[in-house]
Design a protein around this ligand. Structure first.
Ligand code: ADP
Ligand code: ZN
Length: 716
């Protein structure tokens, strides 16, 4: 049994080209009959760590999982790849359970999922049952449930310590997405592990873009946000049940496909709403935190928090439900210090001063995150004891310049506006007042004040940011009464008298490059994607499984990017193994071929680099991009580099394009001078946000995708 065989299974049964993170190490460990403790973030790919060994061993793999709701899903997913799996849990009738037992005894099942309580049910009967079987592997999913330090302690997990006593020679793998050190120690201790490997992956979720917006007219901001994501799935979290109901209603009135979810609904309603969401029949779930555990939907494209979560752990777990499939996803939080104050009450735990203090500290850290002026990812990873060497370049703060300026005069103007209007108005009113708004809203008596219009040279957004900064620094405060108003503090007087200098942050949003860049690296055909999605839904309905069990969004995006036209091509798409090829290949290919014929497109398989990861490693950590750059600097042409590196010309072009923004390569090196202007015109004409192909089509044969990408990179 070798890792080579494991790779074949990865490709043929699951349709993936290469292992992720510690998957390979975990599998290798089990193949050597050693135990493994695997810590990987949500969406990292924990399941394959035991599913692949399960297929390589002769006997049965027993998977212990507390999430009964997910078992069916996991089993469906395996069956869809032609792997025989089954589960035993309380949702089944006796008869169904007996059938499973029989199948297992006959050795027909490779993976059996059970809930932990079942394992030790009716004395040792289940253990006796296992004893009579050929067990090859134990997999303990959500292993943090064994620890009382974890956020989800389940006493029945402690029973699992018996596994090593009864089956000392059967390898065991424990998996969790909780990184905490104490939890980790408990897992090892209570599972009685001795000869084990601890495999910890980075908890970074690079495909999630973190944004925090001030919680002011958040509903309007939310509508704008959703408007840009019309056909996509997402979760919106609110603090209260009533808020979820109201927001879902409002969104439906606006024409969005949204439903609520909270613990106050009947079980029937909850199950219905959840499954509509999972099956892509409802796009948006507006939920309290009751929603999420046991949701395995891989194509959640955004998670919005209308209210502040109580701590970073919850925030990270909830935002982590976005983008399990690895595609670009968004996390948006609406933040105000008012929310921090509101939540303080919840942090008090009666008769437990120590615990209350911990909760308060965590809440304040959540506030700190909301108010952060530097890379958000860095803060989050640091919170979990992981160091990020550079700013991520993929969060709102990385896309924003914070310039410290002498804000004394600005502060004086703001503070005197507050003083002159009597300290009883909210932020919006004050900003309108200071900017001299002609609106009827402004009191007539106020229009005669000296401070009215004193700040008309500064934009509304800037004023809002300055006011917030002044509140943060304690020169002003928010007073929560019927409305939130702004008032002076002890520190205000010094400023008004001119004794206290004030520094403020001047905030400018950099030209937003990230969306365009990712647009360029994934210029997929949106219309085709929609058609494939419809086709997928048809199969999902017919087989009564969620659409992502048929194919994940990644598979559909790859198909719409590379336009596979033959079976051989189609097998190269991520997530297409032999069984799925057999089952769905013909229909999906027919749809793609038809689309290409209608649009006169050829295949774009040359854009795909199937062995990118492997190459990267072989190159001693030097990235594939840099190697292309080095060769280019040595005077080789794109064609020569492509030939030498055995990569497509398009691939080399996209490597080199990456170095235009950094200045390592000049646009003229890649595109003839007289072509540049022509391409620019075409870009303005066709708008690159619609993808590259319209531009290419407009320009015709003489222009390559590489040249177009180069000019776009230069324009950014
Ligand atoms: P986790 O249990 O860690 O949250 P999953 O096991 O559910 O994650 O995997 C998340 C997604 O990633 C699934 O859609 C899975 O098929 C996919 N995946 C797992 N391993 C790979 C891989 N090596 N290459 C591509 N996709 C993968
Ligand atoms: Zn960042």
């Amino acid at each position: 049994m070798t890792i080579k065989k494991a790779k074949e299974i990865l490709k043929h049964q699951f349709g993936y080209d290469s292992f992720r993170m510690n998957q390979e190490a975990a599998i290798e460990c089990l193949l050597h009959k050693k135990d493994a403790v695997v810590l990987m973030p949500t969406g990292g790919g924990k399941s394959l760590c035991y599913q692949i060994p399960a297929l390589m061993f002769d006997g049965l793999t027993l998977v212990v999982s507390p999430l009964i709701a997910l078992m069916k899903d996991q089993v469906d997913a395996l069956q869809s790849n032609g792997i025989v799996a089954a589960y035993l849990n309380s949702t089944q009738t006796n008869r169904e359970q007996v059938e499973v037992f029989q199948k297992v005894r006959r050795g027909e099942v490779k993976l059996l999922y059970v809930a932990p309580e079942r394992l030790m049910q009716s004395g040792e009967r289940f253990i006796d049952f296992l004893d009579g079987l050929d067990i090859s592997l134990f997999a303990i999913d959500e292993a943090h449930c064994i620890s009382s330090w974890g956020h989800d302690f389940r006493p029945e997990y402690r029973q699992l310590s018996k596994l090593k006593q009864y089956f000392p020679d059967v390898p065991l793998i424990a998996l969790t997405a909780t990184a905490d050190k104490l939890v980790r120690q408990d897992i090892i201790k209570y599972l009685n592990l001795q000869n084990y490997e601890l495999l910890i992956s980075s908890f970074n979720r690079p495909n999630i873009y973190y944004t925090v917006k001030p919680k002011r007219s958040s509903y309007g901001q939310l509508l704008d946000f959703l408007e840009e994501r019309k056909s996509e799935s997402g979760i919106i979290y609110c603090l209260s049940r009533a808020a979820t109901e109201n927001l879902a209603l409002d969104l439906r009135d606006e024409g969005f496909n949204a439903l609520p979810y909270h613990a106050g609904l009947t079980k029937g309603e909850r199950d219905k709403n959840q499954s509509l969401f999972i099956n892509d029949d409802v796009k948006i779930i507006v939920a309290t935190i009751a929603f999420g555990m046991g949701i395995d939907k891989s194509n959640v494209r955004f998670v919005v928090h209308m209210d502040l979560p109580k701590n970073i752990e919850s925030y990270y777990q909830e935002t982590g439900r976005a983008g399990r499939d690895g595609l670009e996803s968004d996390a948006l939080l609406f933040f105000s210090w008012g929310d921090v104050n509101k939540l303080k009450g919840f942090a008090e735990i009666e008769n437990n001063q120590q615990q209350s203090e911990i909760m308060l500290k965590k809440l304040n850290q959540m506030g700190e995150y909301g108010d952060l002026k530097h890379c958000r990812r860095k803060y989050l990873l640091d919170y979990f004891d992981e160091e990020l060497n550079e700013d991520c370049g993929h969060c709102d703060n990385c896309d924003t310049d914070f310039e410290k300026i002498d804000g004394t005069i600005i502060a004086q103007k703001a503070l005197s506006a507050v003083a002159r209007t009597g300290q009883k108005f909210g932020l919006t009113y004050l900003v309108d007042f200071i900017r001299g708004s002609k609106s009827q809203k402004i009191w007539d008596t106020h229009k005669n004040l000296k401070t009215y219009g004193i700040g008309s040279d500064i934009s509304k957004d800037e004023w809002l940011a300055y006011f917030r900064d002044l509140v943060t620094q304690g020169f002003l405060k928010q007073v929560e009464e019927k409305y939130t108003t702004i008032a002076l503090t002890e520190k205000s007087l010094g400023v008004l008298k001119g004794n206290t200098p004030v520094e403020l942050f001047k905030v400018t949003v950099k030209e937003k490059k990230s969306t365009l860049v990712s647009e360029v690296s994934h210029p997929y055909e949106k219309d085709l994607f929609e058609r494939l999605r419809t086709l997928r839904a048809k199969f999902a309905k017919a087989e009564n499984v969620p659409p992502y069990i048929i194919f994940s969004d990644v598979t559909l995006v790859e198909c719409s990017t590379y336009l596979p036209l033959t079976e051989r091509h189609f097998l190269k798409m991520s997530g297409v193994g032999d069984v799925k090829m057999e089952k769905y290949g013909k229909d999906f290919l027919a749809e793609i071929i038809e689309f290409c014929e209608e649009n006169n497109y050829e295949t774009r398989m040359t854009l795909k680099e199937p062995t990118r990861r492997k190459r990267k490693r072989k190159n001693n950590g030097e990235s594939s991009h840099s190697i292309s750059l080095k060769m280019f600097k040595e005077g080789k042409t794109v064609k020569e580099i492509a030939k030498e590196r055995n990569l497509a010309i398009g691939t080399i072009e996209s490597h080199l394009v990456k170095f235009i923004p950094t200045g390592d390569i000049q646009i003229e090196d890649l595109v003839e001078l007289e072509k540049i202007e022509v391409i620019k015109d075409a870009i303005f004409e066709m708008n690159p946000e619609n993808g590259l192909s319209p531009i290419k089509e407009y320009l015709g044969e003489e222009f390559s995708y590489g040249e177009i990408k180069a000019v776009i990179a230069e324009m950014i």
